[in-house]
Design a protein around this ligand. Structure first.
Ligand code: PAF
Length: 280
């Protein structure tokens, strides 16, 4: 498995594979890989011939008070995991390779409406950073297929809309969230949790599950259910960011007529932000 750090080297490698008629699968990541990322590569191997994983901590999608500087960088371990998983090429560019003129002068891709709530509301500018870098990476890699995790459900919806609206000839595939044995969604940010916080963290998933169960058994007072869940989060030392019961198609607030409901939630445990979702 090779690693390239420049767009030129990436393009040369992709061209070679395309010449040989290979179907290119792209897995964009920010590194510090765990089983959730490896599941994306494994799915990629089922879908195409040549798997390219990018590792780039994209500064454009981090807010001023977020964890850009602390974000773990573990390229060597990531390369070992990717090689063992059967990945073919790693693209690990520097920030100056991606943003040679800095970020202020960078053209941006804005995906409207669907980014107005949930993570888009609590992290202003985040999704513009994501859609911009994903577009740039798509233009560099020119994949047939790109694979994203369902843990970042809104991100996946934003990418799907962007690809559809901008007629990008790329098939987008979502892969179910990989969890620890106690239900906590795997995340690079779990590494920030102290051992005390790690012991509490699965309660986040349990509260989502309990609310989902209440909806399944016919409770449809979503305001009351949200308040109950927020109270439970608070009792368990979480600081609520958002807890929203939404339509899984539009991501707008659900009502009693909504066909497919999703609960989307984010909460802080200490300084660590956890996100998760559950479809009903
Ligand atoms: O989900 C992520 O890791 C990032 O948001 C992504 C898609 C790699 C873009 O930087």
């Amino acid at each position: 498995m090779n690693t390239v750090h420049t767009i030129e080297a990436l393009r040369n490698a992709v061209q070679q594979q395309k010449k040989n008629g290979k179907k290119i699968v792209f897995v964009p990541t920010m590194g510090n890989l765990h089983e959730g990322h490896i599941a994306l590569v494994t799915q990629g191997l089922n879908q195409g011939d040549f798997i390219i994983t990018s590792i780039f901590v994209n500064p454009l999608q981090f807010g001023a008070n977020e964890d850009l500087d602390a974000y773990p960088k573990t390229l060597k371990e990531d390369q070992e995991k990717l090689s063992a998983a059967g990945n073919h090429l790693v693209f690990a560019p520097s920030a100056s390779e991606i943003y040679p003129k800095g970020m202020d002068d960078q053209s941006k891709v804005i995906v409207p409406n669907i980014t107005d709530f949930h993570c888009g509301e609590s992290r202003p500018g985040h999704f513009t950073g994501v859609s911009t870098v994903v577009t740039m990476l798509f233009n560099m890699v020119q994949p047939d297929i790109a694979i994203f995790g369902e843990k970042d459900f809104q991100q996946l919806a934003v990418i799907r809309k962007m690809v559809k609206d901008l007629f990008m000839p790329i098939k987008i595939i979502g892969v179910p969230t990989v969890r620890e044995n106690d239900g906590l969604a795997k995340s690079s940010r779990n590494g920030y949790l102290s051992s005390e916080e790690r012991a509490i963290a699965p309660k986040f998933r349990q509260i989502l599950n309990e609310t989902a169960q209440k909806i399944r058994t016919g409770q449809h007072d979503f305001t009351a259910l949200t308040e109950e869940a927020q109270a439970q989060l608070s009792i368990n030392q979480f600081k609520n960011d958002y807890f929203n019961i939404a339509d899984s198609e539009t991501l707008k607030p659900a009502n009693e007529h909504t066909q497919s409901i999703i609960i989307l939630a984010a909460a802080f445990l200490g300084t660590t932000r956890l996100i998760d979702n559950i479809t009903i």
